[in-house]
Design a protein around this ligand. Structure first.
Ligand SMILES: *[C@@H]1O[C@H](CO)[C@@H](O)[C@H](O)[C@H]1NC(C)=O
Ligand SMILES: *[C@@H]1O[C@H](CO)[C@@H](O)[C@H](O)[C@H]1NC(C)=O
Length: 392
């Protein structure tokens, strides 16, 4: 309408119109440019990603506090420099720019104040690396359990691998948040480049009845990892964690039994129920073949982290990059730690909530639980073809 009116005007005002049109065009162009730049900058802002990491952390089932997460962050950050050399590192800069939630990046990226200034001069940052490249993909591999098995340790060890990108918090998609849909889920994932594996861990999946069907519906090729641990120590650890949050819950002994006199065990108590691995595994085998599920020994993950990580890397089809060079054992804590960074005086171990000392449980109750689990354990060894050595 405005155009037709203007076209009827005399030559001098047409000149004004032309000038106005040019100005409008350049304004639109710069707006478009600005939009592109800020969007790119926004989606790959490390500050943004790390804050969402802390946010998501509240969901976590494991007892780790934000402080423990921060320790983990520092702890994994140390791995890079001692683990593989500078040549490796330079090849990683590209990948690290894509995935700000990756702990090691504290070595790769400038401190937060510099990160913030990157927003001011995005073009400069763009020259350093292909910001905004890569895409969010649904996970190809999941750590599905078990609670108190060592899933946090496994995930943090795995994050050392340059070809693994993982969500820090537990998304709980296939149990609590399934109604949000796959796009919601995909959006939680870090950006990955071709060849990188997207992962997440939510230990409750293993005991969620609907999880196998739902994961299979996402992709039948999803690789599943389960960290398992002696069900008796797992139950005690589970109870210990709950006790630390709610100090006035009944004793472990009274929760274990339906009737202490008869020695009948309360299998509906989740601390007991989670450890009946053979039963839960049956449910998964309705949807996934055995060779798509890897069982990691929670005990070996502590006594021989590099050995277990070797198996996991093989299972994921990755080069064995995480090796014994990455670990040292903290005798005091009884836990493996990733090696400290060069120039840092602090070791990088799991947070304080990991490796809590357990309350003393009546040995009779422990024995009763051992007897209870034994047949289920035997069945589990048979199903998995691996002897975990919980009953000897
Ligand atoms: C426990 O079992 C004993 C022996 O069968 C029975 O006498 C008692 O009433 C039971 N206690 C409870 C709380 O069910
Ligand atoms: C080992 O763990 C203890 C207890 O958490 C801690 O005080 C100590 O600094 C750690 N030492 C090393 C070398 O990691």
């Amino acid at each position: 309408m405005a155009f037709s009116r203007i076209s009827k005007l005399d030559p001098p005002s047409r000149g004004i119109f032309r000038r106005a049109a040019v100005m409008l065009c350049s304004l639109l162009t710069s707006l478009l440019l600005l939009h592109c730049l800020t969007e790119r900058c926004g989606t790959s802002s490390p500050v943004k990603a790390s804050s969402s990491r802390v946010e998501g952390h509240h969901n976590e089932d494991l007892g780790g506090s934000i402080r423990s997460k921060r320790l983990l962050y520092e702890w994994t950050a140390g791995s890079e420099l001692t683990g593989y050399g500078a040549s490796r590192r330079s090849s990683r800069v590209l990948a690290d720019e894509q995935t700000p939630e990756q702990p090691e990046e504290s070595f790769m990226l400038p401190p937060p104040d510099l990160v913030a200034s990157r927003k001011v001069s995005p073009r400069f940052a763009g020259k350093l690396s292909p910001l905004g490249e890569g895409s969010k993909k649904l996970p190809q591999a999941l750590i599905i359990g078990v609670k108190k098995g060592g899933t946090r340790a496994l995930l943090e060890f795995l994050r050392v691998h340059p070809d693994i990108r993982a969500v820090g918090a537990e998304p709980h998609f296939f149990d609590r948040n399934y109604d949000n849909g796959l796009e919601w889920y995909r959006d939680l994932m870090p950006k990955t480049l071709e060849g990188q594996i997207t992962m997440e861990k939510t230990p409750s999946y293993f005991v969620t009845r609907e999880a196998p069907a739902r994961i299979s519906a996402m992709s039948r090729d999803t690789k599943l990892i389960v960290v398992v641990r002696d069900p008796v120590t797992r139950a005690i650890s589970d109870y210990t964690q709950t006790l630390s949050k709610k100090p006035d819950i009944p004793s472990f002994e009274s929760l274990t039994f339906k009737n202490r006199t008869t020695g009948l065990i309360d299998t509906s108590w989740s601390a007991v129920q989670i450890g009946i691995y053979a039963k839960h595994l049956d449910n998964w085998l309705q949807y996934f073949p055995m060779d798509q599920i890897l069982f990691v020994s929670g005990e070996r993950l502590i006594s021989d982290p590099a050995g277990e990580l070797g198996r996991v890397q093989d299972f994921l089809g990755l080069k064995r990059i995480i090796t014994d060079k990455h670990f040292y054992f903290n005798q005091t804590k009884g836990f493996p730690c990733l090696k400290k960074a060069e120039g840092s005086s602090k070791p990088h171990c799991l947070g304080k909530t990991k490796g809590r000392t357990h309350p003393n449980i009546d040995p009779e109750v422990v024995q009763r639980l051992r007897d209870f689990y034994r047949p289920f354990n035997m069945k589990f060894y048979q199903m998995t073809g691996r002897f975990f050595g919980w009953d000897d």
